[in-house]
Structures are given as C-alpha cells and as structure tokens.
Design a protein around this ligand. Sequence first.
Ligand SMILES: [Fe+2]
Length: 180
Amino acid sequence: MAGDVITLITADHRRVEALLSRLGAERGERRATVAELHALLTAHARAEEDRVYPGIDAHHGLEEHKEAEILLDALRRAEAGSAEFEETLELLAGTVVRHIRDEETTMLPLLARTAGDKRLKRLGAAFAERRQQVLRALAAAGDGQVTRADLYERARRADLPGRSRMTKPELEAALDQAAQ
Ligand SMILES: [Fe+2]
C-alpha cells in the first residue's frame, strides 16, 4: 500500500543501509555520504518520535536514536579514513542495524496487525510531513549540507583539473569518480 507508514519507514531503512554500506565500502565521497546519512537519520528519527511512537506507545527506539545522534556527530567531526572515523562508523552501523531490526520485527508487524489501512495511511502522511519539515530545516540551516566551497577545497587537495569552473554537482561527480 503506497504512502502507508510501514512502507515509508521501511524504505528509509533501506536507504540508510545503502548509505552505510557505501561508507563501509569506501565508495564515493565519504564526507558527502556522512552529511546525507546525518540528514536522513535525523529526519527519520524525529518523524518517528513525534508522529509514530506516541500513537503506539513505543519508547524503546528513543534510546537508540540518541545513541545514533551522538555517534553521527562524532562521525561528522572525525577525519574521513582515520581510526576514529572507522570505529565510530562501526558503532553507528551496529546501533542503526539494531534499530532497524527491532522496528521491523516488533513495531512494524504490530502496527500491521493492529492498525487499519486508514490509520496506516494517516500515520504515513504525518510521518512524511514531519520528515520533510526536518529535512527542510536542516537544509536551511546549512546543516548536513556540503557547500561548494567544501567540495572545491577537496578537489584542490586532490588536484582535480578544471575544478574552478565546476558547479557543485560537477565537483561532487568528479570527486566521486576520483574516489573510485
Ligand atoms: Fe526507523
């Protein structure tokens, strides 16, 4: 059923897993992936806490969300590829995978059993709305966003030719390619 809360939450979980495996495999530009993961996880967690958990009396996820938040901050501060970065990434992946497994084996099946289609759709709309709000707020604050200047600086260090004429998406693509 499109737009229901179970489909939306599950789709986010798959996105998070894909970003974590991209980071783990050192594919692409890792700082950009960390920024993307940070925005996605923050918006996902807020939307669950504010719009989904209260209705079903699920408090368990809150601690995992806090733990993930602390680890995400540490990951954003750590130098990509440093021992601290790798350790933090491993801890974060563990926490997030546990959260995903818990929700997908307990909370979501419970919702599927107890909530009707209408309620699942209503929760889905509320979840999506809050998630979008948080993503927009993060983008407006420039939080979780990599600027063109950040990318240019990395391109300069990597000595990428033609960097000064590149737009932000072009710099992203060139850095991605150089990292392969
Ligand atoms: Fe979740």
